[in-house]
Ligand binder design. Structure first.
Ligand code: FNR
Length: 339
């Protein structure tokens, strides 16, 4: 297997989602049928301020900030499939990140987020602010494509005029990116607005690189609905966000699994990789958003530690055993005598 994403055609992809697309969610998505998984967006200066650490106890590689937050964590299971999504601030920082990502083989591709409509992104000249700055887009993508040996992609939204969107995607194609993900909404539009599947189709027909269709979650409650979305957008690949956030078994050919089973599996994997309890809680509450009347949902609201969470899902013993195995490994690795 290659250590980079070798092809973006005919792929089911977990979308980048802040606080959701962390390692446990990415692993679940892969196990249930996703081919490629994007991490949450990380701003370039934030990743540059981290230290790389090989965690031999968990079997992971971690990028840790000075306050000990894990900014990005990966493991061999997602090698060749994990795309690091970045928001970029300045050319100088971008050039430094080139050096950063060339150094190790930890990520399998880089994506630049050009679709984020949030105020902090727009004010910082990132995300969807880039859609109307073609020179900057060209500069960023060309710098990355020329400087990296792994594939580079970007994720955009639509511009109000079709001809402007087409001019943008053709320019982007010319930079040598491996694929382009298109969310079929305008910068000002929200999930309740209709996704413009027909515009994605026109885009897919106008370029020669894979176009990854995005924005279809509203009508994609089943695996079979993915095929309809692909047909409507004329694409062979799709990137799924909200449906995967609510139940990552959306990628499963045989159909989604029951929510509580999936939540338990999510918690199992999250504990295995020592995910912080705030992130586990956030993801599980998002999965349970339509079922908050269930006892598990109400109990999740009151949790304040990994132990509290493990109790709800019948995983207390599992978590205790895990912690004991970490301790044992630590002793072995650092050659400390067990008292
Ligand atoms: C997002 N989205 C997003 N997009 C992106 O490029 N980088 C990111 O970090 C995030 N973060 C994020 C968090 C959450 C909780 C949601 C729901 C969405 C947007 C997302 O990737 C996607 O473009 C849209 O949600 C539309 O796709 P769906 O939801 O219709 O499949």
């Amino acid at each position: 297997m290659t250590s980079f994403v070798s092809d973006y055609s005919n792929k089911l992809i977990l979308a980048p989602m802040v606080r959701i697309s962390t390692l446990p969610m990415r692993l679940l998505a892969l196990r249930y049928g996703a081919d490629i998984v994007y991490c949450e967006e990380v701003i370039d200066f934030k990743i540059l301020a981290t230290t790389r650490y090989e965690n031999k106890i968990l079997g992971t590689v971690e990028y840790i900030s000075s306050d000990e937050t894990v900014v990005f964590r990966t493991c061999p299971e997602e090698k060749g499939k994990v795309v690091f999504q970045m928001a970029s601030v300045t050319k100088l920082i971008l050039s430094k990140s080139l050096h950063f990502f060339s150094r190790e083989n930890d990520v399998s591709a880089i994506d630049i987020n050009m679709g984020c409509p949030k105020e902090f992104s727009i004010k910082g000249g990132m995300g969807a602010a880039l859609l109307t700055k073609p020179d900057k887009v060209k500069d960023i993508l060309t710098t990355l494509v020329n400087g990296l040996s792994i594939p580079v992609t970007c994720k955009i939204r639509l511009l109000p005029k079709l001809e402007d969107t087409l001019a943008l995607v053709k320019m982007i194609e010319g930079t040598g990116v491996a694929a382009i993900a298109v969310h079929g909404r305008l910068k000002e539009e929200r999930p309740r607005h209709k996704n413009r599947n027909h515009i994605i189709k026109i885009i897919a027909e106008s370029v020669n690189i894979p176009v990854i269709a995005n924005g279809g979650s509203k009508e994609m409650r089943t695996y079979d609905a993915i095929a309809t979305f692909l047909q409507e957008t004329g694409c062979t690949s799709t990137m799924i966000a909200r449906q995967a956030e609510w139940n990552p078994t959306i990628f499963r050919k045989e159909g989604k699994l029951p929510l509580l089973d999936v939540c338990k599996e999510y918690v199992t994997v999250a504990l295995q990789y020592n995910n912080v309890h705030t992130n586990i809680k956030y993801c599980v509450l998002n999965m349970m958003h339509e079922d908050m009347d269930l006892e598990e949902g109400q109990r999740m609201l009151a949790t304040a530690s990994q132990e509290d969470i493990s109790d709800i899902w019948g995983l207390r013993q599992y978590f205790q055993d895990l912690k004991a195995s970490w301790k044992k490994k630590e002793m072995e690795l650092f050659n400390t005598k067990i008292e």
